[in-house]
Design a protein around this ligand. Sequence first.
Ligand code: COA
Length: 168
Amino acid sequence: MGPVYTDVVDLHLTVRDMVEADLPDLACFYPPIYLDNMPEHLEQARGGAVDHLVVCTQSGMPVAKGAVSYEKKPGYGEIWWLSVRAELRSLGIGSVLIRAAEERIRARGLPWAELAAEPNNPRAQALYERLGYVVYGSEAASWNQQTEDGTVYLYETTVTLLRKATHP
Ligand SMILES: CC(C)(COP(=O)(O)OP(=O)(O)OC[C@H]1O[C@@H](n2cnc3c(N)ncnc32)[C@H](O)[C@@H]1OP(=O)(O)O)[C@@H](O)C(=O)NCCC(=O)NCCS
């Protein structure tokens, strides 16, 4: 093996509202079951109930996706559906996305940003706590998931709820 060179580059990232043209780029890090319904969700976003955000590199390619829901709990913007392209995890992109989502919640004058973590995802919860979120409860949650052979089933779990004040 020849010599190994290491270097550091800056990633110039932008966060913007997702559009339908982003869908093909999300396919490599987002389950098809969610992408299939995305046009419907984007229609909802146009009505203001939810924001769908993508993080893009300088070339415009989306590398992360998340959403903020405003209508589930009064006073809360709920950040969910977070996913960063697998090869680019642990570089800070998820944190950039969460901060942009918090900005959206703050801009609406809502006092709380909320994130939910599954018990089997302690690294995600550790990240949220590092970003200033504090556990304040738990609740039953369920959503559709898909097995490798394409079967869709209802996944049921209990999530830990974490929140952060938008105006500390
Ligand atoms: C969770 C997630 C959105 C974080 O984005 P990210 O760009 O990796 O986050 P950052 O680089 O800002 O922070 C890295 C931290 O995220 C946390 N993390 C959670 N799940 C992770 C994963 N699957 N891979 C890497 N980091 C993960 C860790 O605490 C990590 O810190 P560490 O590398 O020191 O352990 C991203 O890792 C991801 O898409 N995971 C798979 C989907 C998921 O778990 N979504 C959250 C549902 S609650």
